[in-house]
Design a protein around this ligand. Sequence first.
Ligand code: XLS
Ligand code: NI
Ligand code: NI
Length: 447
Amino acid sequence: MTTPFFDVDPILFDGPDSDNPLAFRWYDADRTVLGKTMAEHLRFGVCYWHSFAWDGSDIFGAGTLDRPWNPASRTGDAAMDPMAAAKLKMSAAFEFIDKLGAPFFSFHDIDIAPAGGSFAETCRFFDEMADEAAGHMERTGIELLWGTTNAFSHPRFMAGAATNPDPDMFAYAAAQVAHCMNATHRLGGSNYVLWGGREGYETLLNTDMKRELDQLGRFMNMVVEHKYAIGFQGTLLIEPKPMEPTKHQYDYDVATVHSFLQTYGLADEIKVNIEVNHATLSGHDFHHEVATAVNAGIFGSIDANAGDDRLGWDLDLFPKSVEQMTLGMLEILRGGGFTTGGLMFDTKLRRQSIARDDLFLGHIGGMDTMARSLLAAASIIEDGEIDRRRADRYAGWSNEQRILDGEVTLQALHDAVLGDETFDPQPVSGRQEAIEHVVARHIERIR
Ligand code: XLS
Ligand code: NI
Ligand code: NI
C-alpha cells in the first residue's frame, strides 16, 4: 500500500441537517426510492481527466493544483519517472473514489498512462496501466463506467480525427480507438464513449462537410464492427456538443446525432451520452435533451455538470441547481432510468480550489444535488398530479385516434369543419405556473 494522498476519512451519510461539509446530506446509497436504491438509480462516476490529469492551468496561466505526479502543476515533480508518476496518480485516484463511495470511474487512454516515443510504446505503457487499474478495481470494487479515446489534444488531430482530410490521421485515430476499446472490454467497462473532440470545422471555405460526415459515418460503423469482433457487451455512446473546440461540431445536439445515426445505419447500435453543460451550450434545457434521446430510443448516460448563464463555454461546474437536475431526473425516470449508463461527474474544480479536500467538497455537493433531485423527481412521479395534468391536456384525442391512424384526409377534415356551423373550439389554459408551483412544492418538501 502507498501512503494516502488525501487526509480525509471515508464520506458517510449524515442527513439533511448535518453541518459536516465532509458528509452527505442527501446521498444515502442504500435508501430505496421507487423500488431501487439510490446507488442503483444514480450510478455515480468520477472522471479521471479533470480530477487527476488536469493541473489547473487555463489559457492565461499555469497549473495551480496540488498534483505532484503532474510536472506542469504547482507541486509537480519534473524529475519523477513518467510511469512512477502514472502509478502515483492512479493510487490517489482510487483512494479518492473509494473514500467518496462512488461506484464507477471513467478515463481517456491518455489520462492513465504517459505517451511513449511511438504508438507501440504508448500502447505498452497504456496496457501496463490498464493492468494496474484492474488491480485497484479488484481491491476496491470500483467499476469502469466508460472508457474513451483522446483523439483531440495531440497536434496531429488539429483538423479532426475521423473527419481529418488526411487518411493517415483517420488511421491513427482508428488504431487508438481499437486499442482503448480492447482495454475497456478487458476491464469490464459498461460503456464506450466517443466525443468528437475535433470533429467539426472552422470554415466551410476549406471544408467538404459532406465528405467529412461520410468519413465519420464509416468510422462509427468500424467502431460497431469492432465491438462485435471483440465481443464487447457494453453500450457505445456518442457525446453531443455544439461547439468548442471547433466553431461547429458535427455532433451538435441529440437530435443532430440521431439524424446522423439514422443516415449511417447506426440508430440501433449507438446511443448518447448527454452532458448537461453541452445541452445548455446548444441552446436547449438539459431535460429537453434527455427527453429527445428517450423519445428516439437512444438514451444512454449523463455527464453531470453545469455551465454559467453568463459564460458561453464548457465550464464543467459541479451541479448545484436542484430545480434543473430535478427536471432532468424526471425525464430520466420517465424513460425508465439507467441501464448501462450512469451519472459521470465530468466536472472540474475552480483553478483557485487548491486544497486537497476541495475535490471531495465538489463531488459531495454534486452527489447531494443529484440525490436530492432524484428524490424530488420520484416524489413528483409518485404523487402523479403533473402526469395527470399532462394526460388531461390530450384527453380529446382519445376519440380522434383515427386521424392519427391515417384514416382521415386533409380534405375530409376540411369538409367536416365546413359542414358544422357550430364547430368553434375554445382554447384552455396550459396552467404552466400552477404546474411550476407543484414542482416547487415537491422540491421544498422532500426529506
Ligand atoms: C468535453 C467532453 C469530454 C468528454 C470525454 O467537453 O465533455 O470531457 O466527456 O471526452
Ligand atoms: Ni464537456
Ligand atoms: Ni463530457
